[in-house]
Each structure stands twice: as structure tokens, then as C-alpha cells.
Design a protein around this ligand. Sequence first.
Ligand code: SF4
Length: 258
Amino acid sequence: MSTILFNEIVFGPIHSRRLGSSLGVNLLPRYGKWCNFDCLYCECGFNADGKSDKSLPKAADVKAALEDKLSTIHKEGGNIDTITFSGNGEPTMHPDFPAIIDYALELRNRFFPNAKVSVLSNASRIGVPDVADALLKVDNAILKIDSAFEETTMQIDRPQFHYSLENLKKGLNMFRGKFVLQTMFLRGEYNGAVVDNTTEREVSAWQKLAEEIEPREIMVYTIDRETPAHNLEKVSVAEMEEFTAPLVKKGYKVSVSG
Ligand code: SF4
């Protein structure tokens, strides 16, 4: 399969379906993937197929690359809607994530005060105090939860540590009203087992969980590109709109991307 790895520390701006003109920041290896999940749908590929590069960019290099790019876009009269931490894995795993977020906020204020700072995270490290503080400082902490059931999360997202939904919910307490819940809907099969977080049972539990954890906003989406697990299917926008309709009715801001 073809995987998409971001070979730069700062990349774009690219047009994001959900965030607009987005300047990406990759805190992970430039030629490999590093994540504590191993999602069936990861656009960077399976962890086991990750290229040999394991080196993380130094905080000073991230800062210099971001400053350089923002200053160039600014000088050229361009604009961006968001600085987005994503890239080849889980950004909060970088040991200097909190300091880098502080610097990104400072640069944003200096060059594009109307832009947002966003972090796409699998929420695995929200229990680490300085990571949580950093996520609470950014405009969009976009935290992924793909199922309200541990067994489904184990099947789709394949966390590489002891995953506990209860711990996750505890960690999310301080994020009430301050984060964006992101959920990938898909169905198919992997290794002979059915994979499906769109069943009635799944969707109803997911809706309950969403209300319980009180996100500020909800983003749902489906597969957009080739995935490392081959027999996975996209879910239609119409179906995802049905899944989210009760939450929309209750006043939640929801975006659906097909
Ligand atoms: S959490 Fe994100 S980076 Fe990590 S395996 Fe899943 S999709 Fe890939």
C-alpha cells in the first residue's frame, strides 16, 4: 500500500476538509511513523511497516522551521486558518510537546493572530499533567475516540498500552466544553473478523458517551484514502448525519466529512 508520510517538520499550508488552510507541524520522525496506537485506517501505515527513522525533531529545529515558514507566508501576504500539530504519529508523545505548543502560540500571536492552533491527538496522554495543560491552551484540542466500547477500540485503534475507557473519561473531565471530539466511522473486516463501529449498539453507545464527556464540538469522518487494512469501507455522509442527528438536535456543533 502507499502510505503518506510528511517528510518535513512544517508542511503546507494544505486545505483541510475540517480546518481550512492548515499549516501542518510534524513532531514525529520525518521518514517513519511513531504512535502508541496502530489504527487499521492510519494513513501513515501500520506501525510494523514504519520506516526505520525513529528520530524526533529537536524542539529548537521545530521552532526555527515554524518561525521561518510563518514569517515567509506573512511577508508574501498569505494567510492561514490554523497551525495544526498532526504528522507521522501521535504529537503529544514528543517530550517537548508542551514547550513547543507555547512557542507555537507565541508565533501565532505574532504573525497570524486570527489563526487557530490545533492538535490532532488520540487522547492517550491527556492524563499527563503538562500534556493536558498544553492541550487546554490550544484553540482546538481535537481528541479521537472511535468507539464507546473498549473491545472495539482495541480492534480498530489497537492501542499499544493498557487502554481503559474509564481512565480516558476521568482524564476528559477537565476538558469538558473545551475539546473537539473526533470519530472515524468505518466498517469492513480485518484478519477474518468483522470490524464495524456503525451498528445500532455502537452508535447509540457513542452518542451517550459524547453527551457524557461534553465536547465543545464533534467532528465525524470516514476513510478518505487507502488504508493499511484493505477490507475497510467508507460510510456515507447520509449515514453519519443520521448518527449525529440526535446530538445536533441537542445543540452540539457537528461537522460531517465524507
Ligand atoms: S492515532 Fe493517528 S497516527 Fe496513531 S495510528 Fe491512529 S491514525 Fe495513525
